[in-house]
Design a protein around this ligand. Structure first.
Ligand code: ZN
Length: 344
């Protein structure tokens, strides 16, 4: 079943053509350069850029897949979570396509997309990666930090989430304090690598003794802010690698500690990791070590483009929904849900 899927939840205009888990095309127009000078995503600018680009990105996805709209079997779209006015652009376009070409419509939660991105395949069906439930999924991005129990296909339970900032957001805010620009995650990773990921300053690891599986990064951010405030500018610049690396260590240690707690609590040692921060090789290494210690298994998204927001992951989820006959009943009534939750 060939599915054309659309995701406009944040700052990427993304369209893909998939069949089951196979990805035939994954077109993305990134708005990073638009938002960079504002130090974060500006919703009204995101909406306008999505509107300007979406038709081109759809054309590109179809061309790369060497398919015409007529040969597509269904349209899938991200319903939430995300920026309301950005989500709207994708949903309106998906409705228009479904109506014009008489296709069925499938609504997908962006976060289930990030989970299924671990099982995405290229057009030749690689990697194979068979399903063997249950899994624990750690979702880490600029907007989300969640631990999800995946009992079966499309069966989710959130068992932990952040009480304030997301992990990626914390890294971006720390980067801003260090004058590293936006987005800062990759710059922090590189600076930390240059000194072997040393943890010089031992910033607090929040929520470690909270007993639950929730995260919190705002306290860490505040302590980092006051730590920098006491430092002279010269000193700050001289120690920028150490500062970046120590902050990153604190964030990743809390992620790994809560993941371990979740593995112990649930007895599940099969782990999936998704979201933009999953791109970070230092985090990957830490998670691999943890999973090895518990003789488990871990899957990350197999290709780099699957870490950040993309529509292929939405199409893959949609194929499992289609198998179960889960379509949007009344196309006109489909609406965005900016705070859509998994399993809720
Ligand atoms: Zn995302």
């Amino acid at each position: 079943m060939k599915i054309l899927s659309i995701d406009t939840s944040c700052d990427e205009t993304a369209v893909a053509v998939t069949d089951g888990r196979k990805t035939f095309s994954n077109a993305i127009y990134s708005q990073i350069l638009i938002h960079k000078k504002w130090g974060g995503v500006v919703p009204s600018l995101a909406k306008r850029a999505h509107e300007e680009r979406i038709d081109l990105v759809i054309q590109e996805a179809l061309q790369k897949a060497k398919l015409e709209m007529e040969r597509i079997d269904a349209i899938a779209v991200t319903q939430g979570p995300g920026l309301a006015i950005a989500l709207e652009v994708g949903i309106n376009k998906a409705k228009e396509l479904a109506r014009t070409f008489h296709k069925k419509l499938i609504a997908v939660n962006h976060m289930e997309g990030h989970i299924y991105s671990c099982f995405a395949q290229n057009s030749r069906g690689n990697p194979k990666r068979d399903f063997s439930f249950p899994y624990l999924a750690l979702l880490v991005s600029g907007g989300h930090t969640e631990l999800v129990l995946l009992k079966n296909h499309l069966d989710y339970e959130i068992i932990g989430s952040t009480r304030d900032d997301a992990a990626g957001e914390a890294l971006d805010k720390a980067g801003k304090l260090l004058g590293l620009g936006y987005p800062a995650g990759e710059v922090i990773e590189r600076l930390a690598n240059e000194i072997g990921n040393k943890d010089m300053y031992d910033f607090p690891r929040p929520m470690l003794s909270s007993g639950d599986l929730n995260f919190s990064f705002s306290g860490l951010k505040t302590s980092f802010y006051y730590f920098l405030k006491k430092m002279e500018e010269k000193e700050k610049i001289k120690n920028i690698r150490e500062l970046a690396s120590s902050f990153q260590s604190a964030v990743f240690d809390s992620l790994v500690a809560k993941l371990e707690k979740a593995m112990e609590k649930t007895g599940i040692s099969q782990v999936l990791v998704g979201g933009g921060v999953a791109n970070n090789q230092t985090l990957r290494r830490k998670i691999r070590l943890l999973v090895k210690k518990h003789t488990g298994l871990v899957y990350f998204p197999p290709y780099k483009y699957l870490n950040s927001d993309n529509a292929a992951m939405i199409g893959i989820v949609a194929s499992y929904k289609a198998e179960r006959g889960i379509y949007v009943g009344d196309i006109n009534s489909l609406d965005r849900i900016p705070r859509l939750r998994l399993g809720g």
